[in-house]
Design a protein around this ligand. Structure first.
Ligand code: ATP
Ligand code: MG
Length: 246
């Protein structure tokens, strides 16, 4: 059984690492007479460290939200393809640094009720992994399709892949495949993605071939989401009526 998540330690580690990096980058900027190019690189690194802090705070906030406030998912109608494109754009710089190319194959989909933050964070954790565990100059195919009132969002990479034994553990908190442990990370990204998808009544499946690549599939059940949305609206309606009655 996996150990429970100690969020205080996690937050401490996750925020201090990029903050320490930012401090040393700022110090090196202060000390040296750098060329424009080096300054540019330091600025990029500062920006990505800042983004890391922001994303850690977002994850913790969202995780708290689904644990404490599960019934108050913020559901609005969204076009999945727009959200997918936005997440890819947010991660473009990270991918570009490795010359990794995103290829999006989107089937036109109707709008569905979704909590934008939860969905985007889950997808972003999966695409971030695809970039992290892919070689330079490779491609990541991101596709969407709808079959029988279910939406499938697939992220297929040409990266290091995993064997069955490793695949069975990747959603456990803190688990990281030993072979790729030189790449930074906490082992919580997929655990968070799975929890967020579960709170949207969805799930994630994964296929992988060691040395060849991995495909993650996020599955959303349109009817289940419509149902949660309807219940939420009824709750809001009855609380409004309650207020008027006072
Ligand atoms: N696309 C992938 N290709 C190969 N291995 C992967 C892939 N995605 C996940 N893994 C393996 O699963 C492990 C767990 O992934 P997870 O996202 O939870 O943690 P992480 O990426 O190591 O750290 P974090 O997301 O917390 O920064 C990874 O460390 C890696 O070994
Ligand atoms: Mg990860």
């Amino acid at each position: 059984m996996s150990e429970p998540v100690d969020w205080t330690n996690w937050l401490n580690h996750e925020l201090k690492t990029p903050l320490n990096r930012m401090e040393s980058l700022i110090l090196s900027l202060k000390k040296s007479k750098l060329s424009g190019f080096s300054e540019q690189k330091i600025m990029m690194s500062l920006m990505s460290s800042l983004e890391e802090c922001r994303s850690t705070i977002d994850s913790l906030f969202l995780f708290n939200k689904i644990q404490v406030d599960n019934i108050h998912l913020k559901l609005n109608h969204y076009d999945i393809n727009t959200l997918v494109t936005q997440v890819c754009q947010d991660l473009d710089l990270v991918a570009e640094a490795k010359h990794v190319k995103f290829i999006i194959e989107a089937e036109p989909l109707f709008l569905i009720p979704l909590d934008e933050q939860l969905f985007k964070r889950a997808l972003s954790n999966i695409i971030t992994n695809a970039v992290k565990f892919s070689p330079n100059d490779s491609k990541i195919l991101i596709s969407t399709e709808s079959i029988n009132r279910k939406f499938y969002i697939q992220v297929a990479d040409q990266g290091v892949g995993m064997d069955e034994n490793e695949l069975n553990k990747i959603f456990d908190p803190y688990y990281r495949v030993e072979q790729s442990s030189y790449i930074p990370g906490t082992g919580l990204g997929l655990f968070i993605a799975k929890s967020f998808m579960k709170s949207l009544n969805g799930r994630i499946s994964v296929d992988s071939v060691k040395g060849a690549g991995t495909t993650f599939t996020m599955i959303l059940d349109v009817d289940a989401l419509e149902k949660i949305n309807q219940l939420n609206e009824e709750k809001i309606d009855s609380s409004l009526k309650g207020e008027h009655a006072l």
